[in-house]
Design a protein around this ligand. Structure first.
Ligand SMILES: NC(=O)c1ccc[n+]([C@@H]2O[C@H](COP(=O)([O-])OP(=O)(O)OC[C@H]3O[C@@H](n4cnc5c(N)ncnc54)[C@H](OP(=O)(O)O)[C@@H]3O)[C@@H](O)[C@H]2O)c1
Length: 326
C-alpha cells in the first residue's frame, strides 16, 4: 500500500511511524507530510528513511491510505482532496468526528461502522474518549449503561509537541516559546482543556459528551465529564463513575472487563495502573473497580492508557489494518 502521513513530525505522527513499523503494516510506499517548516526533515519508519515535504496539489496522487494528524483545519482542507485523489483518510483531528457520514471508530467497540464510508473518511476519536469507551463497552453489554460521570487526568503530550516542551521548559525554569496552556502546568492541575463555552463546559468536555454516544450507539446516554490537564508527559488517566440499568454483581463486572478485547483488567488494588507504568503500551488498563456505596447499580473505575498510542496512533493504525484487509 501507498500510505501518506500528514503531520508526520508531530507527537502523534512520529508515534504512527513507530506503530506502522512495529505492526509490520504492508507499506510499499510512504509519503510524509508536515508544515513547510519541516520540509526536508528526514524521518525513519522501520529502517526506511523518508524526506518530509509540505502538502501540495498533487501530494495524494497514488496514495491508498492517508493518516492525518495535523489538526482540524488541515484535515478540513486536505481530507477531501486526498479522497478525491483516491485515498481513504483516517483522521485524528476533531474535524469530521461528528459528521453523520463519517464513522467514528474504536476497533474493539464498533468495527462494524467501517463497512460504510460515504465520504471516504474515518474519524479517530479524542484520546480520552477512546480509553473510556473501551472500558465502558463491556459493562454496557453486561448491564446497560444509564449514566456516566468522569474526571480525566490528561498528560501534556495530549497537546502535542508544544505541550511536552512547555512542561519540560517550566521544570527546567528556562524561558521559551508560548505554552499551549493558560496557566503554569509544572506542579499544577488545570481544569481547562480547550475553550469554555457559554454554559461553562470546555471544548474537550463537549467532545467527551458527544463522542461516546456516537461510538456506543447511545444517543441519549447521560455523560458529565470534567477534563483536567496534569503535569505528566505521556498517558491519560480517567476516574469513571457509571450507573447501569440492571443489577450486576461486582464479580460479573470484573469478568466482563477481564474478557474485554484491548483491556488489561487489574483486580488487585495494590497493582493499580499509572500513566508512567503503562506508557508505551497499546492496551487500556482498568483497575480500582468498586461498587458505589450509596448509588444502586453504580461502579467506579480507574482507566489508564497511552494517549499517543491507543489514544491516537495505534487506534488509527488498527483502523488502517482493517481497511487494508478489506
Ligand atoms: N496528542 C494526542 O494525544 C492526540 C490524541 C488524539 C488526537 N490528536 C490529534 O492529532 C493531531 C496532531 O496532534 P499532535 O499531538 O501530534 O500535535 P503536534 O505535536 O503539534 O503535531 C502537529 C503536526 O501537524 C503538522 N502541521 C502543522 N501545521 C501544518 C500545516 N500547515 N501543514 C501541514 N502540516 C502541519 C506539524 O508539522 P510541523 O512539525 O512542521 O509543525 C506536526 O507534524 C491533532 O488534530 C490532535 O487533536 C492528538
Amino acid at each position: 500500500m501507498h500510505v501518506a502521513v500528514l503531520g508526520a513530525t508531530g507527537a502523534v505522527g512520529r508515534t504512527m511511524l513507530e506503530v506502522l513499523a512495529e505492526r509490520a503494516f504492508p507499506l510499499d510506499h510512504l509519503t510524509l507530510l508536515a508544515s513547510p517548516r519541516s520540509a526536508g526533515t528526514r524521518l525513519s519508519c522501520g529502517g526506511r528513511e523518508v524526506t518530509v515535504s509540505a502538502p501540495h496539489a498533487r501530494c495524494f496522487e497514488g496514495v491508498d491510505l492517508a493518516l492525518f494528524s495535523a489538526g482540524a483545519d488541515r484535515s478540513r482542507e486536505w481530507a477531501p482532496r486526498a479522497v478525491h485523489a483516491g485515498a481513504v483518510v483516517v483522521d485524528n483531528s476533531s474535524a469530521w468526528r461528528m459528521d453523520p457520514d463519517v464513522p467514528l471508530v474504536v476497533p474493539e467497540v464498533n468495527p462494524e461502522a467501517l463497512r460504510n464510508l460515504p465520504k471516504g473518511i474515518v474519524a479517530n476519536p479524542n484520546c480520552s474518549t477512546i480509553q473510556v469507551v473501551v472500558a465502558l463497552q463491556p459493562l454496557h453489554r453486561a448491564g446497560g449503561l444509564e449514566r456516566v460521570v468522569l474526571t480525566t487526568f490528561q498528560s501534556v503530550s495530549g497537546a502535542g509537541e508544544s505541550g511536552l516542551e512547555a512542561l519540560r521548559r517550566e521544570l527546567a525554569r528556562s524561558p521559551g516559546a508560548e505554552s499551549p496552556f493558560t496557566r503554569a502546568i509544572a506542579g499544577n492541575a488545570l481544569p481547562q482543556i480547550g475553550e469554555f463555552d457559554d454554559e461553562g463546559w470546555t471544548a474537550e468536555e463537549r467532545k467527551m459528551m458527544a463522542e461516546p454516544r456516537k461510538i456506543l450507539g447511545l444517543p441519549r446516554l447521560r455523560i458529565a465529564p470534567t477534563c483536567v490537564r496534569v503535569p505528566v508527559e505521556v498517558g491519560h488517566a480517567v476516574e469513571i463513575m457509571l450507573e447501569l440499568e440492571r443489577d450486576l454483581p461486582r464479580a460479573e463486572a470484573a469478568r466482563a472487563l477481564a474478557e474485554a478485547p484491548g483491556v488489561v483488567f487489574v483486580d488487585d488494588p495494590d497493582s493499580f495502573p499509572t500513566p508512567a507504568e503503562i506508557a508505551g503500551r497499546d492496551e487500556v488498563f482498568v483497575g480500582r473497580l468498586r461498587a458505589d456505596p450509596g448509588v444502586p447499580r453504580a461502579f467506579h473505575l480507574w482507566v489508564v492508557a497511552d494517549n499517543l498510542r491507543k489514544g491516537a496512533a495505534t487506534n488509527a493504525v488498527q483502523i488502517a489494518e482493517r481497511i487494508a484487509n478489506g
